[in-house]
Design a protein around this ligand. Structure first.
Ligand SMILES: *Cc1c(COP(=O)(O)O)cnc(C)c1O
Length: 231
């Protein structure tokens, strides 16, 4: 695990990359948030995030997040960004402030029911596979209208926007197509359903600039902040 000082340096370079990308795209830097991704990093990782005044972290597995939360003394918001099996929906509702990786109708129904049981309204993002990567979870664009309609009909879910992961590819053009696709989908559905869908969670260590150019409002960054996860 890197030291807190190294983390601070890494954070400064990520923020500089974000600022440069916003400047180039003519966007207000305040319109893009950074979500540090602490998955596969030790329990100190969320503490570093809190020590630097950031308010939230992303984790991709329920069990790992629960363990980190138990060890974490700081107050942080926890976002689930990894695939969730519906039989873990109850735990996810109990332990996360937002679920970004909502990728099936079954999961939508189940999260709604579990949130109802615990008297909550759970903020969610719908995950789309706009890069049409066979290895990625997420709805396809042609089911988007039906999926959004189903999610908006759930009284215990608050649909805040969309999320995507670009296909694993060195070619940033491939990422650009995925991000432009999510942006266009959001713009079309926000208009036709008359809902804000203001969050566009897209962009990671390798493609954050492309994502910001395409309109990302939240980039999810692990490697550039904490170093390699070693797997
Ligand atoms: C791991 C992960 C990230 C962070 O990826 P890096 O390339 O390490 O920045 C972002 N989003 C999701 C969904 C992830 O699983």
């Amino acid at each position: 695990m890197i030291s807190l000082d190294e983390f601070k340096q890494n954070l400064a370079s990520v923020c500089a990359r974000m600022d440069a990308a916003c400047l180039a795209a003519g966007r207000d830097p305040a319109s893009v948030q950074l979500l540090p991704v602490t998955k596969n990093h030790p329990e100190a990782a969320p503490e570093y995030v809190a020590a630097c005044g950031l308010g939230a972290v992303g984790e991709n597995r329920v069990q790992e997040a629960v363990a980190k939360q138990a060890a974490c003394t700081a107050s942080l918001r926890w976002e689930l960004i990894g695939h969730l099996q519906s039989n873990k929906a109850k735990e996810a509702v109990a332990h996360f402030d937002r679920v970004q990786s909502v990728d099936s109708l079954k999961l939508i129904q189940r999260l709604n029911r579990m949130a109802a049981d615990s008297g909550k309204c759970l903020p969610i993002l719908l995950q789309f596979n706009t890069g049409e990567d066979p290895n990625k979870y997420g709805f396809s664009c042609n089911e988007a209208d039906a999926v959004l309609e189903a999610a908006l009909a759930c009284p215990h879910l608050q649909v805040e926007g969309f999320m995507t992961i670009a296909p694993l590819d060195d070619d940033l053009e491939v990422a650009k197509v995925a991000f432009d696709g999510l942006r266009a989908l959001r713009d079309r559905l926000a208009d036709s359903f008359q809902v804000p869908l203001s969050e566009l969670s897209m962009g990671m260590t390798g493609d954050l600039e492309v994502a910001i150019t395409a309109g990302s409002t939240q980039i999810r960054v692990g490697t550039a902040l904490f170093g390699s996860r070693g797997y």
